[in-house]
Design a binder for this molecule. Structure first.
Ligand code: SF4
Length: 106
C-alpha cells in the first residue's frame, strides 16, 4: 500500500466568507458548486451539501480532484475553503481492516 491510499481529503467552505467569484468551481466543478444565493458549496457524489453548510458539511474529495481542491483553497480570495485529512485504517494483506481483527486460532 502506498501512503496516498492511507488518508483521504475532506473539504468544507465557510459560506459567510465566500465572495462567489467562482474560482473554485472553475478548478473543480465536481467538488464545488455555486447555488442561487451566489455562494459556493461543496459537492459529494453529485449531491450539494448545503444543509447545514459550513463545517457541518464536509465532502469527501475524489482522489482525482485532490490537486484541484488544494489549488482552489490556495487561490480562494475569501480564504474560506478548508481542507482536512482523515486517516484511514491500515489494511491487512487480505484487504480487511486490521482494526478489530481476532488473534484467535490456537
Ligand atoms: S473560490 Fe472561495 S470565495 Fe470564490 S466562490 Fe469559491 S469558495 Fe467562494
Amino acid at each position: 500500500m502506498n501512503a496516498a491510499s492511507s488518508a483521504r481529503l475532506l473539504v468544507w467552505i465557510d459560506q459567510d466568507l465566500c465572495t462567489g467569484d467562482g474560482i473554485c468551481t472553475d478548478h473543480a466543478p465536481e467538488v464545488f458548486r455555486i447555488l442561487e444565493d451566489g455562494i459556493a458549496y461543496v459537492v459529494e457524489d453529485n449531491v450539494v451539501l448545503n444543509d447545514p453548510g459550513g463545517s457541518g458539511s464536509l465532502a469527501v474529495v475524489p482522489q482525482r480532484s485532490e490537486k484541484a481542491v488544494i489549488d482552489s483553497a490556495g487561490e480562494c480570495p475569501g480564504e474560506c475553503i478548508f481542507i482536512e485529512f482523515e486517516e484511514l485504517p491500515e489494511l491487512d494483506r487480505a484487504g480487511a481492516p486490521a482494526v478489530g481483527r481476532s488473534a484467535s486460532g490456537a
